[in-house]
Each structure stands twice: as structure tokens, then as C-alpha cells.
Design a protein around this ligand. Sequence first.
Ligand code: CA
Length: 232
Amino acid sequence: MAAVRKKILIIEDEPQIVLGLSDALAFEGFIVASASTGREGVALAKTQRPNAIVLDLMLPDMNGFKVCEVLRQQDRLVPILMLTARSQEADKIRGLDAGADDYVTKPFSVGELIARLRAIFRRAERPASDGAPEVIHIGDALVNLSSHQVTRGKRSEQLSFYEVGVLRLLHERLGQPVSRDEILDKIWGLEASSSNRTVDNFIVKLRKKLERRPEKPEHILTVYGCGYKLAL
Ligand code: CA
């Protein structure tokens, strides 16, 4: 059975980057759409329904963080990779807060970006019939890993693509510590040399959604010098 070709939307105003990335993605079998402004990108995301979005932070008409927020309002689940020319940690954290799932700092290698996209799609296509539960109870939260929904009492929240990935991995290894490097490798498909802060940022977001008192977690626990573990 032929695999369905995935569509990637690139939102970036630098023609060189758009061209290089489009060529490489098309060569790898992806369908590519591109927009050179934030507004055009938001409109295309709505009509084209891409499987993933590569979003540059620096756009001529709109701030990339704002674009990200609007994209996230339109589609809760689509993976968004943010391109940032800045290396400041604050920008990366702000990007993740705006709803981006990951970021790549310019100058980036096209190969690395494609590897990340491939890792995203591999995980998304993993069959649900591999015995893994789709609904798990964590404390007083009910987590549906298929619909990405967390329900606590009357409150319901959506988990992002990567948040579900992290949670799934911790649940597979219930009660055992999982290192940051392993989380980074399995969920983002990255070498351990990439920022471990990515993992920490996602743990903070998960705790806010799942824990009764996020500052005193009872379920997503820090294992000092290693990583994290899940206790139900
Ligand atoms: Ca730009």
C-alpha cells in the first residue's frame, strides 16, 4: 500500500530558505506549500490542512509568536516547528508557550529538520493496536491519548502532539526513571546534544495540565541526575 504523502506548510519570507527547504522536502516525497507572510500562512493552514507546519519567527507582517498562537487556535494538534535565528533560551520558551512543539535554530541543517518531521510522522502512524492503552488515569486526571484530551473534574484541556508522546513514553515505563536524553531521542528524534531544556519545558506544561499542584508534583516526578518518572 502506498503511503499517503504528507503535506508540509512552510511560513517564511526568506526566498533562499523556502527554496532550499521546498526542494529537499519535495525530493523526500513531501507535498510542500509555502507562504511568505504570517497572514498568508494562517490562511493557507486553514484551507490546505497541512500535516505539519514549519514557521519562521521573523516575518514581515506579523510576529511569529502571534502567528503560532493563531495557528494553534485553528488547529490544536498540527505539529509546529519554529525556526528561530536567535539562540536565546527565552525566545524558545516563549515559542513553546505560544503553542510551538519544537524549534530549530538558524542556521539549521535541512537533513536535521527532515529527520524531525519523519520522527513526528512515524510516531503519529504507530498503530493503536499495539496493546498500549488509549485512556489512562493519572491521579484525578483522565487522559485520552487518542483524542489528546485531559479531563479533571469539569475541566478539560488539550494536549499537544509532543506532550502526548512524552506521556506515552513515561507510561510505557511506569514507575521507572526515563532519562532526558532518551526522551529527547525517542520523542523528538534528536541527538542528546540538543537542548535538554526542551524536555524540561514540556514536563512543566504537562504538570500544569495534569497535576493538582504543579509546583509539588505527585505523578510526573523528577528523578535527580537522570530525568523523570510517572507514578499513577
Ligand atoms: Ca524570516
